[in-house]
Design a protein around this ligand. Structure first.
Ligand SMILES: Cc1ncc(COP(=O)(O)O)c(C=O)c1O
Length: 386
């Protein structure tokens, strides 16, 4: 029988993250700093809104764009936080997480062979999804010396006549880097000069510890060429509800909605109702969770530096991304040995792109006491390998 799998799909390797989870799942007493999701359960009022919606019999499809009340709430929230204006009727689409929104954005804009510039290290789905959408990812390595920020000069060097889009995600997974407003403005100028569309994944916008998040669409001239992706998974601890949104100029959004109509119909109804409640009463919980993440961030980053695992100071999201150079191992070897010897699961940095080599990602959306215990185990590990 011939191989039925498309070359496109064959060309993408399986996610480097999953392998470690699969090994960890077979072991006892593992502390996982691997998976990138909040340990908190969704706050009570949001849960209740979802449950009540089911009990009221709201078990049907919604409008393809998502319930208007939620689109209006998203619009108000973006206005309140960043002062940006979107039309809930034509410029907001409710999606199955940022994951779906990302797929829609890329599929809506890419013709075969179109290039998308992707700074790395980055979320594992970015380059894979560009390929699935028929495009060509052109990666740029960001460096710890530059605080993992991508510069306009580095981007300009990679632009070709086939470049169509720039895909950025800040606060960043896996580094925790945020971009300075100045750098973003320069990138915006470049997008204008070369007529590029910018896909800005701002799923971690609420998880910023120093300073304020810059919403890319608010920068000069950027509203008309930016697709903003936002979500509920991280800020509101709602990963399992599968809810996100895209905000974009109406022509781009209509193209995304067309794909969404044919492939998804509508995001989960229960989740949409819960999302309305999240935006109505969730702010207090967001603040509490951010304060707790910040406490854990300091514990983890301080602890790693003490062990000689030099760690760049993450300013957003919930990841630490230390270098493992002191162990004398590469990142794969480090993650594998740490899991086998001390039952602490972390993710090798190379899972997030070439430039992640030599680093590992640790997620601190895990209980404070567990992070303390993980650091104790890592201390023993580093005594043997440091
Ligand atoms: C940068 C980034 N974008 C998007 C996602 C996917 O989020 P969602 O749960 O909204 O699909 C993740 C999840 O880890 C992420 O880290």
């Amino acid at each position: 029988m011939r191989n039925f799998i498309s070359h496109r799909v064959q060309s993408v390797p399986p996610s480097g993250i999953r392998r470690f989870f699969d090994i960890a799942a077979t072991m006892k007493n593992v502390i996982s700093l691997g998976i990138g999701e909040p340990d908190f359960v969704t706050p009570e009022p949001i849960l209740k809104a979802g449950m009540a919606s089911l009990q009221h019999g709201e078990t049907h499809y919604t409008s393809n764009s998502g319930i208007l009340e939620l689109r209006q709430a998203v619009t108000r929230n973006l206005k309140r936080l960043y002062g940006v204006d979107y039309d809930p009727e034509t410029e907001i689409l409710i999606t199955v997480g940022v994951s779906e929104a990302l797929y829609l954005a890329l599929t809506a804009i890419l013709d075969p062979g179109d290039e998308v510039i992707v700074p790395q290290p980055c979320f594992v789905a970015y380059t894979a999804e560009v390929v699935f959408a028929g495009g060509v990812p052109v990666t740029i390595a960001t460096k710890v010396e530059d605080n993992f920020q991508v510069t306009a000069e580095a981007i300009e060097r990679t632009i070709t006549p086939r470049t169509k889009a720039l895909l950025i995600g800040y606060p960043n997974n896996p580094t925790g880097a945020v971009m300075s407003r100045e750098n973003l403005i320069q990138i915006g100028r470049l997008a204008e000069k070369h007529d590029l569309v910018v896909i800005s994944d701002e799923i971690y916008d609420r998880l910023v510890y120093d300073g304020a998040h810059v919403c890319f669409a608010t920068l000069p001239g950027m509203l008309s060429r930016t697709i903003t992706l936002g979500g509920f998974s991280k800020g509101y601890a709602m990963t399992g509800w599968r809810l996100g949104y895209a905000a974009a100029p109406s022509e781009l959004l209509a193209a995304m909605r067309k794909i969404h109509q044919y492939t998804i119909m509508s995001a989960p109804t229960t989740a949409q109702v819960a999302g309305v409640e999240a935006l109505a009463s969730g702010e207090k919980f967001v603040q509490e969770m951010v304060a707790e993440y910040d406490r854990r961030r300091r514990l983890l980053v301080g602890g790693l530096n003490t062990l000689g695992l030099d760690c760049f100071e993450p300013k957003g999201a919930f990841y630490a991304f230390p270098s493992v150079a002191k162990s004398g191992m590469d990142d794969e070897g480090f993650a594998e040995s740490l899991l086998q010897e001390e039952q602490v699961a972390v993710v090798p940095g190379s899972a997030f792109g070439e430039s992640g080599k030599g680093f590992v990602r640790l997620c601190y959306a895990t209980a404070y006491e567990k992070i303390e215990e993980a650091l104790n185990r890592m201390e023993k590990f580093m005594r043997r390998h440091g």
